[in-house]
Design a protein around this ligand. Sequence first.
Ligand code: SF4
Length: 221
Amino acid sequence: MKIIKNHAEEGCIKISWYTEKTDLLGPFFRFVLWVQGCERRCRGCIAEHMQSCEGGENISIDKLASLIISSPDTEGITISGGEPFYQADRLCSLLETVKKERSDFGVIIYTGYTCDELKNSGEEAVLKLLEMTDILIDGPYIEELDDNAGLRGSSNQNVRFLTNHYAENAKQYNKPSGRRVSFVFTDDRTRMIGVPSQAAKEILKKTGLKNLPESSAGNTN
Ligand code: SF4
């Protein structure tokens, strides 16, 4: 099973969107990056527009690194999508550049792979990205197992503290009703940030927001 896809242009990362400051996807204020491309096709995925490897946009690693380094008062980054490990090599370069300036920058990654699948991949960049990750939320989203709890999408997924960086914040991930989302309205689209609760998903369905093109940037994987 080969994980890295090489679907971004040279020197770039294929992204769907980013936001420079939110407290909805991990401890403290964070930069959040949603990468483009995921072939898993989980039923109930709220980021369907991030599944195609053809979509999204290429952004240079240097430009993204300077945006992150200069982002206001952020403690770290959360990387979601889409499947971050498809671009493990590029994300390693990005994090290396950022960590040269901010060595204590925290890293949280949402992935549809299990931690064991990543460890057994034998791909150097995949293993390196794992080493740079403080919290890994792993496993595919299974709609029937969405228990409305915490900052992972369904109960089969694990919140793995791979380092001690966020040991103090462990409780935040398992609160029974700890999910919050926010919406960002721009001229041509509406985006959602956060892991939606069942109630939020019902509202999305009723309003039709779920069906807007490019409508959400929330997390289920
Ligand atoms: S829920 Fe996550 S892993 Fe599943 S298809 Fe969507 S982006 Fe991919």
